[in-house]
Structures are given as C-alpha cells and as structure tokens.
Design a protein around this ligand. Sequence first.
Ligand SMILES: [Zn+2]
Length: 130
Amino acid sequence: MRTEEKTLEVSLVKRVCPTCTKEVDAEIVMNTRLTTFDAKNVKEMHGKVVGMLDHPCEDCKKAAPDGIYFVGIDPEKGGKQEHELWRTGNVIALKKSAVKRMMPDADISKGYTYCQDSLIESIKQAAGMS
Ligand SMILES: [Zn+2]
C-alpha cells in the first residue's frame, strides 16, 4: 500500500526575543510550491527557532510598556549579525520620553537597542541604581 504524500504543510515557527532571549511562537509558514519536497521541509520547521523578533516579546512589553530596552553587549566578542552578538546579561529599560531627551538621534523604533555595558552602568549611576 502506498501512503499518500502530502504536498502542503503548515508549521508554527519560533523566534527569540532580543531583550529576554525567550523563544516565542512567531509565525505560521507554509510551502508555496506544492511539492512533497517543499512540504517535508516546512513540516520539519515546526516548533523550530528561525530567527529573532524585531521587537521585544509581549512579556517584555508588559514589563515596560513605555520603555526602550538597552541590551548590553561586548563588541570584542561574538559576531556582527544580531544573533551572534555577545550578550553580557545586562538589560535595562528607560522611558521612551527620557531616551528621546537624552539621545535624540537614537533609533528607538524597535523598542530595544544594543549598547556597551559602560552605557548601562552610566545610566544606572545617573539613576542612583548602583
Ligand atoms: Zn522578551
């Protein structure tokens, strides 16, 4: 008996939050070329991480609804691509209005940005947090 080979598959893939690195359900993918080969590839993607979100996850947004996240990185380590950046583990959120005032040229459209730890330490000192 020959099993029927599917030519269409649908999968739910995950992406990593740039702020907390949690894996979250991101998008549904399906093959557009209706071949068993493409369908099999889509089926194998189910539940796998395919990249990073371009914004903080819902939990991070909830934790700082009006915030911009500063994610500490070490530029001497890791790679140049976003998923290769070397995270130091330092993360801080500042109010969007404060960031606009202090760094008018900063691109805050994504809700997060990467920076060196020295900036995060300066912010903490200025805020009396360290
Ligand atoms: Zn998150």
